[in-house]
Design a protein. Structure first.
Length: 467
């Protein structure tokens, strides 16, 4: 029997942390939860087993050792945040299977793809249109946009091992980084975004809901999308400029789909518009973001855009339910047990000598670049976001300012590596960009985001009265 050394490392780390408790002042129960939590986060990086497996192992360990009881272990699965994410994945399935997502992307390529920059902006435009209603950035980037980018690159005689710099490398980088910008712009554009919203509301007792999130991101987000193709054109310049061939492919594919929307496409388009309207007008009707998402799911079922079999076969949704619900349990238990309060009290001196603005900027930049140590945006958020927000609270940083920086940076920090999130891995896996180039471009783009979101963003948030 082959020994799973990765699992052994995770268990060893948990054991070491567990037995260090006598040397700390943290509550015993809180420290034990922290030990298991760290081990589970480490398992996301080393990947000895799928995420759901290691989360379940963590919950069972905490229950068997009587650190928490079984009711507490299951509490996270009842959280509305978890069900928002599950509903989001189911809606994404409808967008993909109905064909409406592909049609939107192809229409943009056909309209704006006369040259390589136009093609880049069509990719950004497709991301921007789909982001509010495809709440999985992997489904959006990896399932809809990346295959189109790959097909377009091939049509332009650009392949991973032949003429990669002709068009494929540039378009892959645009698609990957545009995906992260749009993921940062909307609460429903990335699966883990609702977690940040939850952390903000728990720590600061303020609502950072869909409309607040979008309002704060709209100016720096649109600016980032507008300037991104120009930046990448400078640092990863393609040798090809004329892309008429890509427009021809888009026209051919659209012809195959038919001039008119299919019944399922029409219904799905109606559902997407309805979701956008309801999410952005919560102040009128009072429906929660989660309730709105599940209204959309029910309409898909009633109109047969998705059958019940399609729903139960969407393994990503139900896989997410397991690992996200379990992680949320541990995160909640860390807070309830007093660990976060202990960590904040022992760390707040780090920013004690700085003013409020300097404190949040320093903490935000540290949070951004700590992503180098993680292989998933969700793991990064769970591991450190709540602690950094708590430090901001201790430093008297205004709630919406702290919320904005950590909410948006939680997605933008994925620019740093080629293993940060699903769509990034997929774009890198296309093979057009080698690892050293990906890291160097990623670092430059990270500086680009820091300048825009901590420059123009701070001005915009000041105008909104957030600080």
């Amino acid at each position: 029997m082959k020994i799973n050394y990765k699992l052994f490392i995770c268990i060893a780390v948990a054991a070491i942390i567990w037995f260090l408790h006598p040397f700390t002042t943290a509550p015993k129960e809180a420290w034990h939860i922290f030990a298991v939590f760290v081990s589970v986060i480490l398992s996301f990086i080393l990947k000895p087993y799928p995420m759901g497996t290691t989360v379940l192992l963590g919950l069972i360990t905490l229950s068997v050792t009587k650190t928490i009881n079984i009711n507490e272990a299951l509490s996270g699965f009842a959280d509305s945040t978890v069900w928002l994410v599950v509903g989001a994945f189911l809606i994404a399935g409808g967008v993909i299977s109905s064909g409406i997502g592909k049609r939107i992307a192809l229409n943009l390529v056909r309209t704006f793809g006369k040259n390589i920059l136009g093609l880049a902006y069509s990719i950004c435009g497709a991301e921007l249109i789909l982001a509010p209603v495809v709440p999985s950035n992997t489904a959006r980037g990896g399932g809809i946009i990346a295959p189109i980018v790959n097909s377009i690159s091939h049509s332009l005689d650009s392949f991973p091992n032949k003429n990669a710099n002709k068009a494929g490398a540039f378009l892959s980088l645009v698609g990957s980084h545009a995906n992260l910008i749009t993921a940062a712009m909307f609460l429903t554009a990335m699966a883990a975004n609702p977690l940040i919203s939850k952390f903000i509301s728990e720590i600061y007792s303020v609502s950072f809901d869909w409309s607040t999130w979008a309002l704060g991101a709209i100016v720096p987000g649109i600016t980032s999308l507008a300037l991104l193709p120009l930046l990448l054109y400078k640092i990863a310049k393609p040798s090809l400029t004329n892309t008429v061939a890509a427009q021809k492919i888009a026209k051919t594919e659209l012809k195959k789909m038919g001039a008119k929307l299919s019944v399922k496409e029409s219904i799905m388009l109606f559902i997407l518009c309805m979701l956008l309207i309801l999410w952005s007008t919560k102040f009128l009707h009072g429906f929660s973001t989660t309730l709105v998402a599940w209204i959309g799911v029910c309409i898909m079922l009633l109109t047969n855009v998705q059958s019940w079999n399609d729903i139960i076969k969407n393994y990503k949704a139900w896989d997410t339910l397991i690992w996200l619900g379990g992680l949320l349990t541990m995160a909640n238990m860390l807070g309830n047990s007093g660990f976060i309060d202990w960590a904040v009290n022992n760390s707040k001196d780090l920013v004690a000598d700085f003013n409020i603005l300097a404190s949040v900027i320093i903490l935000g930049i540290i949070y951004f670049y700590s992503m180098y140590m993680f292989s998933m945006l969700t793991a990064h958020i769970f591991a450190v976001a709540s602690t950094f927000l708590a430090l901001c609270f201790a430093a008297d940083v205004p709630p919406l300012l702290a919320g904005a920086i950590f909410a948006y940076f939680s997605s933008l920090c994925g620019t740093t590596t080629n293993y940060s999130t699903g769509p990034v891995i997929i774009y890198f896996g296309l093979g057009y960009v080698k690892t050293p180039k990906w890291f160097s471009v990623g670092f430059i783009v990270s500086l680009f985001h820091i300048v825009i979101w901590l420059g123009l963003g701070l001005v915009w948030w000041k105008f909104l009265g957030w600080w």
